[in-house]
Write a protein that binds this ligand. Structure first.
Ligand code: CAA
Length: 241
């Protein structure tokens, strides 16, 4: 059966690879984006995947956007909460805005999105919710008190909802990517990347977005119904839990 998947932040970086992998698996895919109209239009032209613009940190925008996706594309069977931002700063320099923006997008965004598809998934007795957390939610990270707190929260959210959705045929799982070769890495100074981060990765390289998408495709499959509440680590052996 062809499933409908919605991928937040699904037109760039890891999200674009996830959208493409789910499409290749036979899903009808829609992707959300927050800002870059030009890149989203180029993504749609290239892939045929429809894009929708809203801020996952805004509950009402999520309710409205999801209703639109469901009217235009179909009821959402698979939700991939991938949208995320960084606002890195050592804690003594971190502003309230940097804290709040990251919590709003990377943690509250999961509530806002999932809350608006949960009822439908329960009624239809099928759902796949896949939350993109991070290695830094597992181990903590210098200059990321905000991001690590949100990403650790995503894992707790996943484990709770997995228990609640299980009887209704809904699975909820998290993936913790390590350092992946995307635009997000461009905020890291070269010196920190080369002297601090890369030497910590046993595989000796950054991961590729497609290597995360492969995990999402696995968890999204109908056949993955017994995989529930798990945290899949995909990090080149950088941090083992
Ligand atoms: N680990 C250890 N030390 C680090 C570090 C890190 N990741 N990042 C910076 N530092 C060190 C610097 O080397 C520097 O040390 P020295 O003073 O000895 O040279 C010091 O911290 C910088 O301190 P400052 O007070 O001057 O910091 P700043 O106000 O200039 O801020 C920064 C700079 C924002 C911390 C910047 O260095 C940075 O962005 N670092 C990278 C942080 C990081 O690793 N973020 C992860 C992003 S990847 C991601 O988020 C995706 C994911 O899920 C994996």
């Amino acid at each position: 059966m062809s499933r409908v998947a919605l991928v937040t932040g699904g037109s760039r970086g890891i999200g674009a690879a996830i959208s493409a992998a789910l499409k290749a698996q036979g899903c009808t895919v829609a992707a959300t984006y927050a800002g870059n109209d030009e890149k989203a239009a180029a993504f749609t032209a290239e892939t045929g995947i429809q894009t929708f613009k809203w801020d996952v940190g805004d509950y009402d925008a999520c309710a409205e956007g999801i209703a639109k996706v469901q009217a235009e594309v179909g009821n959402i069977d698979i939700l991939v909460n991938n949208a995320g931002i960084t606002r890195d700063a050592p804690f003594h320099k971190m502003t309230r805005e940097q804290w709040q923006q990251v919590i709003d997008t990377n943690l509250t965004g999961l509530f806002n999105m999932t809350h608006n598809v949960w009822g439908g998934m329960r009624e239809r007795k099928f759902g796949r919710v896949i939350n993109i957390s991070s290695i830094n939610g597992q181990k903590g990270q210098f200059a990321q008190a905000n991001y690590s707190a949100a990403k650790a929260g995503d894992i707790g959210f996943t484990k709770s909802l997995a228990q609640e959705g299980a009887r209704a045929g809904i699975t909820v799982n998290a993936i913790c990517p390590g350092y992946i070769n995307t635009e997000m890495m461009s905020t890291i100074p070269d010196k920190v990347m080369n002297e601090v981060i890369l030497p910590q990765i046993p595989v000796g390289r950054l991961g590729e977005a497609e290597e995360i998408a492969r995990g999402v495709a696995f968890l999204a499959a109908d056949e993955a119904g017994f995989v529930n509440g798990s945290t899949m680590t995909i990090n080149g052996a950088q941090y083992l839990t």
